[in-house]
Design a protein around this ligand. Sequence first.
Ligand SMILES: Nc1ncnc2c1ncn2[C@@H]1O[C@H](COP(=O)(O)OP(=O)(O)O)[C@@H](O)[C@H]1O
Ligand SMILES: [Mg+2]
Length: 312
Amino acid sequence: MALLEAIELSKTFQKHKAVDDLHITIREGEVLGLLGPNGAGKSTTISMIASLLEPSRGEILYKGKSVLKKSEIIRKELGLVPQEIALYPEFTGKENLMFFARLYKVPKKERAERIAEVLSIVGLSDRASDKVEKYSGGMKRRLNIACALLHKPKLLIMDEPTVGIDPQSRNHILEMVKQLNTKGMSILYTSHYMEEVETLCDRIAIMDHGSIIAEGKKQDLIGMVQDQDLLYVSVEQQVAGFEQAVKEIDEVLFMEREDFRYKIGLKQQAEILPELFTLAHEYGIRIQGIDIQSPRLEDVFLHLTGRSLRDE
Ligand SMILES: Nc1ncnc2c1ncn2[C@@H]1O[C@H](COP(=O)(O)OP(=O)(O)O)[C@@H](O)[C@H]1O
Ligand SMILES: [Mg+2]
């Protein structure tokens, strides 16, 4: 079921269309990845979903009801982790959380317990009494996430939560997203890091120039642009018959020879290595090197936009 749906969502700044006729659906219980380069319009989209920015056009439905006319419908159930860290550096972690707990109207008698809970979720229990200005970048990010979890949101929106932080904090955040989702939280995870989106997300929406240019499960997106893996096999010598025998394997789509290296197109995720080794043995061929290249999300972006996401 659709938890949140944005329809024909648009935002124009002066004359610049930051978000342009965007459609997106977040389903109950999923982690939806919103992947796009810097400037694609991800933060602008999120701000509109969180009722912080008024759309120029379009509609946002939460559980089928319009959020634009009644933002309180979503406000209580939405946790937003903004891209920019919004904390008071001169206060301790706990004091910051107390401030946000009041802001989110967490009932007074539940505050201490909720604060202890979210500190534990983000792994900062032992640093709760230190001033935030003493925190590392990764710790600040984790506290920023803790703030968004205080009121037990049903939908968590995270805007590039791992940019510029140490690997340990990054891993902690990725693990935390999985855990929260396992416990039933729906999550919109925004990033320009493909690897994160690939490992975390049930479905992925790819955004570029203000619109969603593709949306689906990772394998379906990849299947849109390429339905084969490439296997490169280097050999010491060529033996007549070997090439023909390999070509006859069911999963082999094509095979080309470049001197002492074969390029073999395979059906996606086909397992031909055991057969390949058996044939090589039969024909007395020594295999010197093997390299398998499965298509990745990067290839989807490249195919759809003509640009590489990594260059951004
Ligand atoms: N308040 C604003 N005023 C003018 N232009 C803006 C404003 N906010 C964002 N933009 C522009 O809108 C585009 C999308 O920005 P943004 O949503 O921040 O992208 P992303 O989060 O994907 O990096 C960019 O070209 C950005 O410069
Ligand atoms: Mg952004």
